[in-house]
Design a protein around this ligand. Structure first.
Ligand SMILES: Nc1ncnc2c1ncn2[C@@H]1O[C@H](COP(=O)(O)OP(=O)(O)OP(=O)(O)O)[C@@H](O)[C@H]1O
Ligand SMILES: [Mg+2]
Length: 297
């Protein structure tokens, strides 16, 4: 077990799925880049006991599941060390529901890394409940590792892309993204999208005559202003600023094609009370073609 004082490790959720092994490899590289330990974590989920139908597990069932969980962890450990032989790896197993346990454990982690899918779900499902739940309610940044398809490994080349909307969460996303670009020595593409009134069916009926070129220019200035401080703090990062006339989700999906990581805030400028994730972040978790980092303020 790791000394929990320092918030100095990367927590990886491991459930035996190929997706969680992609996450393990991605996290092993990240641990090597950051020079911090990896903590492989498995929540051993016991079969649900229906409240009105008392069922008791056969003798030895819990022990068998726990032993299976340890096997999953030992295999992930080998995968991590094959990927990055020099890193420090720890294994940890707890009994209980996966999302809840991972959210609790995220409080003491620097970063949580998960696969996009696990062993459950159904064919065609794009992101599992654990990855979406932890991304929405985790206490630290959460990376959901994705490739083009469930089986594809995540891309390892290309820029880092970050979505900027001026919300507190997107400021936190910027810091994470600049760090990620510096560590990888790759360019950072900062994307700010804005939507014109003709883009929405409802708005298109408005009889306004708006100078959209002037709006676009304003949005460009806004983005440059927001990035000025960060540029100074990270002078070595090659920064590209893109102001895109599109809906945030479409803009970010398009701009993150060919990227190796896309970074977004957990919430946007219009957070709904009780909803952990904004719609843009949710859509990227389901449809992104590269790993998605969700960062909270
Ligand atoms: N029991 C677990 N212990 C640790 N991490 C887990 C566990 N279950 C899932 N994870 C993590 O979450 C990722 C996504 O799995 P998730 O469970 O969300 O998808 P799923 O199994 O396809 O769908 P669902 O469980 O919602 O039916 C996994 O790749 C893994 O990183
Ligand atoms: Mg699952």
């Amino acid at each position: 077990m790791v000394d929990t004082a320092a918030h100095h490790w990367i927590l990886v959720g491991v459930d035996g799925s190929s997706s969680s092994l992609h996450a393990t490899r991605w996290a092993a590289h990240e641990a090597a880049r950051r020079h911090i330990p990896l903590r492989l974590f498995h929540a051993c989920v016991l079969p649900p006991a229906a409240p009105r139908v008392p069922i008791s597990l056969p003798g030895g069932a819990v022990e068998a599941l726990v032993e299976y969980g340890h096997q999953i962890l030992r295999h992930a450990e080998r995968v991590a060390l094959d990927t990055e032989p020099g890193i420090e790896v720890h294994r940890d197993l707890r009994v209980g529901p996966a999302a809840g346990r991972l959210i609790d454990e995220s409080e003491a982690a620097r970063l949580v890394v998960l696969g996009s899918r696990g062993l459950g779900g159904f064919e065609g499902m794009l992101a599992g409940s654990v990855s979406v739940g932890v991304a929405a309610h985790g206490h630290c940044p959460v990376v959901v590792v994705r490739g083009r398809t469930l089986d594809d490994p995540p891309p390892t080349s290309g820029p880092v892309v970050v979505g900027v909307d001026g919300s507190p969460a997107s400021e936190a996303a910027l810091e994470f993204a600049f760090d990620a670009a510096t560590m990888r020595g790759v360019p950072l593409v900062a994307v700010h999208t804005w939507t014109d009134m003709s883009a929405g069916e409802t708005w298109s009926v408005l009889p306004f005559d708006i100078d959209y070129d002037a709006v676009a220019e304003d949005e460009r200035l806004l983005l440059a202003e927001r990035l000025a401080g960060w540029r100074e703090k990270y002078p070595d990062v090659e920064l590209e600023q893109r102001v895109v006339r599109n809906r945030p989700v479409r803009g970010l999906l398009e701009e993150s094609e060919g990227a190796q990581l896309v970074v977004v805030g957990s919430r946007g400028r219009t957070p709904l009370k009780g909803v952990g994730l904004g719609s843009t972040s949710q859509a990227l978790l389901h449809h992104g073609t590269c790993p998605v980092a969700v960062v909270r303020p």
